[in-house]
Design a protein around this ligand. Structure first.
Ligand SMILES: Nc1ncnc2c1ncn2[C@@H]1O[C@H](COP(=O)(O)OP(=O)(O)OP(=O)(O)O)[C@@H](O)[C@H]1O
Length: 256
């Protein structure tokens, strides 16, 4: 369960996140959508303790983000969009370091790592032979997803989780988050891949300029709006109506 109460982040004169008030119950998969610069990553960074809110607050599983931050961190997993990891560690060293930070005993951590390797179809040697800096983008993504789930968090935030994953891994990942939600975990999934969001999420929250524009089940939102798809509804809401004509005009500028 996640609760946001007037959560706000101001950078200089810009209100990147502007008074978000929301409740996300356990077991729900929520797609957080918005155009570039809408405030999605800033919201996720605040909810994972990486960025301090300017005002307002939030709670995760009943623990206050500001006054009980250690309890919040134990219950949260985060896959950031950058996929930044310690490039000079092997995958195994990195995962064991994360496990140690969460106080997971090493035998239990090894077992959990083996389960994730099997799930992502990776050999143990991949984790021990190469430094993370030499991993492919998809391999690094798999390690980052594994790291975020090692401590079995109640709430998981994913920022563009499919970025870099091949088709098999992406299908497996979508099934995994649905399974995690069935077990009662809360999933917040930020992405620009709207057809995946539409298929995977129970609810979508569309934000722009740090404020909620729409919130509801994807099929209900599409039906109520009369738009042909979530993608069309999104572009209509976020000022992208004229995209085909603008693309055609821009393409004309390349004609010699
Ligand atoms: N550290 C920072 N300092 C100043 N401005 C920032 C900082 N971080 C984010 N912003 C600004 O806040 C706004 C929201 O950024 P944010 O990264 O949350 O958007 P987003 O919705 O995740 O966008 P995208 O889809 O492009 O990743 C942007 O205008 C961005 O420039």
């Amino acid at each position: 369960m996640i609760k946001l109460q007037s959560l706000t982040k101001v950078f200089g004169t810009q209100r990147a996140v502007d008074g978000l008030t929301l409740e996300i119950p356990s077991g729900e998969i929520v797609g957080l959508l918005g155009p570039n610069g809408a405030g999605k990553s800033t919201t996720l960074k605040m909810l994972t303790g990486m960025l301090e809110p300017t005002s307002g607050t939030a709670s995760i599983e009943g623990y206050d983000l500001l006054t009980e931050s250690m309890e919040v961190r134990k219950r949260v997993g985060f896959v950031p969009d950058s996929g930044a990891v310690f490039e000079s560690l092997t995958g195994l060293e990195y995962l064991e370091m994360i496990a140690a930070l969460y106080g997971i005993p090493s035998a239990a951590a090894r077992e959990r790592i083996q389960q994730f390797l099997a799930f992502f179809d990776l050999g143990f040697d991949v984790l021990t032979e190469k430094l993370l800096g030499a991993y492919s983008k998809g391999m690094r993504r798999k390690v980052v997803i594994t790291a975020a789930l090692l401590h079995n968090p109640a709430v998981v935030f994913f920022d563009e989780p499919l970025d870099g994953l091949d088709a098999n891994a992406a299908v497996g990942f979508k099934a995994l988050i649905q399974e995690l939600a069935r077990e009662g975990r809360t999933i917040v999934y930020s992405s620009h891949v709207l057809d995946v969001v539409e298929r995977v999420c129970d609810r979508v929250i569309i934000i722009d300029k740090g404020k909620v524009l729409m919130d509801g089940a994807p099929e209900a939102l599409v039906k109520e709006s009369g738009a042909p798809s979530l993608e069309r509804l999104f572009t209509h809401l976020t000022g992208g109506d004229d995209l085909e004509r603008r693309a055609a005009d821009f393409a004309k500028t390349f004609r010699s």
